[in-house]
Design a protein around this ligand. Sequence first.
Ligand code: ZN
Length: 205
Amino acid sequence: MPHSSQAQPPSGAPSSKGEDTPVSAIPAPAPAPLNVVYCGVCTFPPEYCEFGSHMTRCKAWLGENHSDLYVRYYSQDALTSKVGTLSLEAQTKLEKDTAKKEAKADAKADAEAKKRQVTIKRIERTKRKHVTSIHGLEAFGVDLKKAAKLFAQRFATGSSVTKNAQGIEEVVVQGDVRGNGVLKDVPGSNVVLVEEKKKKTAGEE
Ligand SMILES: [Zn+2]
């Protein structure tokens, strides 16, 4: 074969040697992949955080995780060059709008977080007998039937999926299992502990 073994690094432009040079043999080297940073709070690239609703948190996140970018977008110089052209009124309005937007987003996030809440309720059946109802697990992607089975095994007690008074399914475990680390995968801040005393009118179930 008349091919000369070329010792050229593949990064150079392929020296065209006419038709017998396979054109597609050496693909043009791809540019080194850019290490694109996405904001850990709003998921936009950091230069777009200001258009999101979480600027304050975005800013804190960037400062913690990418101090170089933080300097680029939030240093005094960067800010001055950016808002320097705005009038003082415009700046104040911008800040106000941002604060408003953030407050709104925070309220929404709060409401959302509340929805994802597990309620562990100890219900008194008799003086010494309790059951524990665990409500809201499905919001965490938990299969209630499996959970009931798991609780039964773990606490060596009865456990089942039952509809509560509102017609919503929850797991009910016999006995008081609240302190047993029932929900190690649900953040503590999402768990509410409730105690329900026996009502005078409640009869046997
Ligand atoms: Zn962001």
